[in-house]
Structure formats: structure tokens, C-alpha cells
Design a binder for this molecule. Sequence first.
Ligand code: BGC
Length: 466
Amino acid sequence: MSLLDAYEKTKQELTVTPEKLTEITNHFVSELNKGLSKTGGNIPMIPGWVMDYPTGQETGDYLAIDLGGTNLRVVKVSLLGDSKFTYEAEKYPIPVPMRTGKSEDLWNFIADSLDTFVKKHYGSRGSSMAKLPLGFTFSYPASQDAINEGVLQRWTKGFDIDGVEGENVVPLLQDAINVRNTPVEVVSLINDTTGTLVASKYCDPETIMGLIFGTGCNGAYYDVCNDIPKLEGRLPDDLLKENSPMAINCEYGAFDNEWAVLPRTKYDIQIDQESPRPGQQYYEKMIAGYYLGEVLRLILLDYYSQDLIFKDQNIKPLQVPFAMDTSFPSRIEQHSATFVEGLFLDSFNIKTTEEERNIIHDLCLLIGTRSARLSVCGIAAICKKRNYKAGHCASDGSVFNMYPHFKERAHEALNDIFQWNCDPKDYPITLIHAEDGSGVGAAVIACLTEKRLLANKSVGTIESKL
Ligand code: BGC
């Protein structure tokens, strides 16, 4: 077999046809419903205890933190009403060994960063002032029975810290904050997708969902309590009577963990098997930023093992797991094939022929296209489930923001599923760049929660474990 033959085979495996997209979407709809049922399913479909739509008129000052896959972000937000806001934010990169380190190191790191931020942005008033309400954006699957708690179901995105799964993370963080006497109280815990949904709806009433295409992938939307069978018998009367809206954090990175429909390749299977949590997040492992560089690396290693590429060269640096992050395929696609020459030489000391460079470039195109096309199955499924015919899908995350052509490819795939057959600028369902979910979303949610509490309305039940 020649390198070109091998590439053609890979191309077939990575191509997702319109028919396959439709098949996946239909299965996705039934899995979303299953997740809301009393018995549950692969997709957790976690009620997020945000039970109001923002109006854009919310006001107040709030503090928020976002523990993502790569950075910790601390944000001071002022909601000004009229869909307006201002904010100041700082980013603290999460040290790589911390992802698999000790629980206390993680909480100490967050509390230290928060303390530094409060001192810098609130000055010496810090320790004597009334406690600042904090919205905690925790971008991992956490079961919630109330807005101010979250029990980690399992780590994702390569995190693997002992002693946190099965625990409520709010007191873990609050204790570390208290040790430092930082005047901060965690009042709400939200997922990044729920934050994105609410922040974008604060600014744009046409928002129908909040999505993250970043290190991990996930989506949130509003359902109504009476259509969520697993809430039956576990809800305060006021919510049922009102048929209250309820934000759902789908956690759909776990879609198809039983592998009924996804076109997984041997590379996806290897990524899963070598991950800290095999058998979980099958969908996420095919499309999210944490994995796209790894797919490319595994394909190249496969070709090398068949003596088709990098002949007679020492490729040790490329044999290190995750030696290529997603910026590799993303940058390669952004440039022409000649860019590959310098990149492989500088990063791995590997020389490439012109044919190899062209093929590597085209592989990146296939990997990015597959990611974008599969990504929209979650969107299309929510639209079908809620019967949304039009609206804005507020999207954020490094893949959405940085991977070339992601949005155009996603729109094309949506059209393959819904067959609108009109000019792309007239597509009724579109992905738009989200407002700052972890800051503004957390602030709006904290404000909505305060309003409910003042009106003596429920913000969740503590007894039930959903
Ligand atoms: C997590 C979700 C999160 C998504 C995007 C996934 O790995 O399970 O909670 O929303 O990544 O950050």
C-alpha cells in the first residue's frame, strides 16, 4: 500500500455523510429523552436549577470563577441592565501536573488565585468587606439538587484527581477560601454551557442553546419541569404549578457510550482505551479539542508503523502521547502545506517530503471537518426534541473560536440534516459567538437566584439525588 492509498482509506473512515448525520441525530434525540426519564441513560441531562429566563434587565456586581480544562478564569462582572455589562477578568493557567495531582492542590490553587484577584481588584477593603457572592462555573459533569451544590460524577478532559468524584465540590472550594479569610461566598454552581446559555439569552432573546466546543464539548438548553419525568415527585409544588422552565446541562459528551451509531475509527478506540476513563465520553473523544491533535498523531504513527511515512527517521518525540495538541491540526489547516515542513522539523526534528506535507495538511482538514459535522448532531437533536425551527445557538470554546472553518462546516452539516436548501446566510438555525458565559452567565444566574430567594421561591431541593 502507498501513502496515498492509506490516506484514501483514512479519508473514507473520517468522512461523515448526510445520511449518517441524520441517523446519529435521530438516535441522539432518543438518548436525550432517555436521559430525562426516570431510569436515565448514557447522557446525564442534569437539571441546572436555573428556573427563569433572563430578561436583560438584571443588574448588580458579582464575582465568578471558571474552572475549565486549561485555565482558571476569575471575573468581576457588573450587570448594567438593558442587556449590557462590563467585566474585568484574569486567567491563571492550570499547571499540567495538577490535572492528575492531589485534590487539595487543586482547591488551594483556585483559592490562592481568587485571593490574589480579590486583593488586586478590591484592594485593602478585601478582608473587612461583606462577603462577595461568587458564581462557580465548574465545567465537569456534576449532579445538582440545588443551585449551590454539585456532586462530581466523573472527571473528563484528561483530569483524574483522586477524592473528588462523588463529592460536593462547593464545600471543598469554600473551605479553601475560608482558610485564606478571603471574603467570598460560593452562592451558585453552574456548568459552562448553562452559563453560556444564560449569558447569551441576557443579551439576545433568540438564543435557544448554549454550547461549548473547546477542550471538551457539551450543550445546555431550557426545558420545562413538567416534561422532565425524572423530576416527578422531587420538586417543590411551586415549580410544578408554574410549569417552570429548567435549564438542562445535557453533558452530551457521553452520547453513545454504548457505541450504537457513532462512526468510531481504530484511532478513536485507542484514544479511549488509553484515557484515564475508558468507556466514557465517546462522542467528546471524537470531536473535542483535547483529542483532535491526538487523532492526527495516531494516524501518523499508524502510517509510520507500515513504513509509509517519515522513512528511516527517529520519530521518538512524536511517540509521546498528546505530543501534538489541537493547535497543530488547527495551525496546519490555517497555512499551506509548506508550513508543515518547519513545524515538524522544529517540534519533532522530523523531515517531511512534499507528498507527506500535502497528506498531513489534508488529514487536518478531514479531522476538523469530521469534528464540526459530528458536533452539530447534538444541536440538531435538541432542535428536534424542542421543535425549534429557528434560533441562535450561542457557541464558545477554543475549537469554535480558533479551528479554521468550524462554523461554516457546522452550518453545512446542519443544512445536510434539515435540508433547508436556501442561501447559507438565510439558514434559520445558526451558530453565533456566545457572550462570556463563565462571567456574565454566572452573574446573571446569581442575580436570578437572589430574586427567587427574595420572592420565597424554590432554588432546588436538597433531599433528592438526581
Ligand atoms: C464536561 C462538561 C463541559 C464540557 C465543555 C466536558 O468534558 O463534562 O461539563 O461542559 O466539557 O467544557
